[in-house]
Design a protein around this ligand. Sequence first.
Ligand SMILES: NC(=O)c1ccc[n+]([C@@H]2O[C@H](COP(=O)([O-])OP(=O)(O)OC[C@H]3O[C@@H](n4cnc5c(N)ncnc54)[C@H](O)[C@@H]3O)[C@@H](O)[C@H]2O)c1
Length: 671
Amino acid sequence: MSFKEQIKQGIPLELPAPKPYEPSINHAPKRKDILSIEEKKLAFRNALRYFDAKDHATLLPEFQNELKTYGRIYMYRLRPDYKMYARPVSEYPGKCEQAKAIQLMIQNNLDYAVAQHPHELITYGGNGAVFQNWAQYLLTMKYLSEMTEEQTLVMYSGHPQGLFPSHKDAPRVVVTNGMMIPNYSKQDDWEKFNALGVTQYGQMTAGSYMYIGPQGIVHGTTITLLNGFRKINKETYGGLFVTSGLGGMSGAQPKAGNIAGCVTVCAEVNEKVTETRHSQGWVDEVISDLDELSIRVKEAIANKETVSIAYDGNVVDVWEKFDEDNVYIDLGSDQTSLHNPWAGGYYPVGLTYEESNEMMANNPTAFKTEVQKSLVRQAKAINKHTAKGTYFFDYGNAFLLEASRAGADVMAANNIDFRYPSYVQDIMGPMCFDFGFGPFRWVCASGKPEDLEMTDQIACEVLEEMKKTSPPEIQQQMADNIQWIKGAQENKLVVGSQARILYADAEGRINIASAFNKAISEGKIGMVVLGRDHHDVSGTDSPYRETSNIYDGSQFTADMAIQNVIGDSFRGATWVSIHNGGGVGWGEVINGGFGMVLDGSDDAQRRLESMLYWDVNNGISRRSWARNNEAVFAIKRAMKKNPMLQVTLPNFVDDELINKIELTENNQIKN
Ligand SMILES: NC(=O)c1ccc[n+]([C@@H]2O[C@H](COP(=O)([O-])OP(=O)(O)OC[C@H]3O[C@@H](n4cnc5c(N)ncnc54)[C@H](O)[C@@H]3O)[C@@H](O)[C@H]2O)c1
């Protein structure tokens, strides 16, 4: 059967042979056994509803075994035999180009070179799922191969609800992931309802088919590091950055460190993960011995080398060792997956990787205690370094949140704030998001590297032209982004699809997209898919990350993210998604995304202008209403350029006036 025929058949009528478990693949850890007997029965009923009754007796023992052994029913048997990767768009079956492009994006998210646990349909973050099981994958691809421009595919947490009649300007796919009644949004609720097969954790770009490998985050991390070093007035050359994680997103850190020019030490407990990053050239050296590491780092700093070193072990040991050996750390952070602390996101010091995996499955209570002890120890070591001058920032992975919950010494004197800022509070928020700069990205659907090269060139020319008249407030951002795009080819960032990320503001995104659409219409390049990740101006409400520099109390609301996805969907997005979960944890964030296919048509031009404008300015207006000065500047500038935009602006109150009032604790005004 050809590739196209396999896609079109969906779930095969005759069950394929069972698939052997491949130990060489990086698999998801065993999930918690959380279901009661009755709930387990429900999970089987739920799984079997994808199949004809004639196959139920065959599949039931298999699903029972999967639930028992892995904690979830992945339906491994249905994993397709063809290679999983983003093919040129012309190789996909379908009745509309948009749906073919979405198939390409889905397969990219599951590519072995891209996905963290490809057999469990997890793209990154330990639990960022594209689908819950292989039946959902097969069915979704089939629907996409059949849909027309008059239909919309509805996705409920990985489950394709079906094709519904719509119209050509409607999104082709609407994705929701992990949307819960708010009271059922605790970590164990995810474990339970995911095991039942009725919800999934889509993370951000995993469940919205917009992951482009670690490149997506390299750019943001590079900007963070450059600005971090600027903040402490230190040259990147000869500076030391210490952190952890070589996984989906964290794996970008060594590469970003190299682009910035510093020495990077990144600890990673999972040997397979380290091997992957090393073989991809994303980290230069691997060292397994702490003494050797210490000596090598001192030498690299002295020689002002630009080098990235993976430490094959636990990050807590690195912090402690560098304190003992007086290795001065300029910038420090952490990117273990603490949004998922009890199920494989964080490996406690003192246990081997295997011991941890065993304990988290068989003795979750003891494992939780180990994680908390380890976090306390890690924070203690970090505090010793910061006392010597290290600038430590939380990398949006809930490190400070979980450390505080573990009782670590990470609170500020007021006992409300953390003693360290998050990278959004200090760096990305005021310097990028409030001005509208965020992670605009595109994928060349032809799969041709030449197309990517041409789009890089086009984007660079657009930005250089814009920089000539940009106000001084955003000159630094423009310069950083131009430098990035100029070095992009040389830095060999592509893993998976022919994709590029480039921070840009609303005007930059629209101008670049328009130039692409023109180049497509002139036949210079093939179709382009636009998107962004959720680490952005408007798409995400996340009080400890994207919106951590919102200080009017609204950081705990999610109106912006919901408004954003609704607004994108009727302004021309090809697909939209809204998720509960994301980087900082289930129940801790709401984030939305979009994908937009450019085919060189006038329709595409109309859609991109309308949707990209809203997609950025929605967030700027909210940030401005929260009294962020940079955003007030940006939204006033946008209103001046387009009189159709009319945004409510905040008035600033003199704090002296407020502070004069005498207040009692229960807020009854005395006089
Ligand atoms: N890169 C960014 O800009 C960014 C932004 C916001 C949030 N984050 C957050 O960063 C975290 C990491 O994301 P990811 O996609 O890389 O996740 P991931 O799970 O793919 O990678 C984390 C890695 O940390 C390793 N690890 C866990 N505990 C460790 C320990 N004690 N010592 C050394 N290594 C350890 C794991 O083995 C894993 O490979 C997530 O919580 C994510 O939300 C990243």
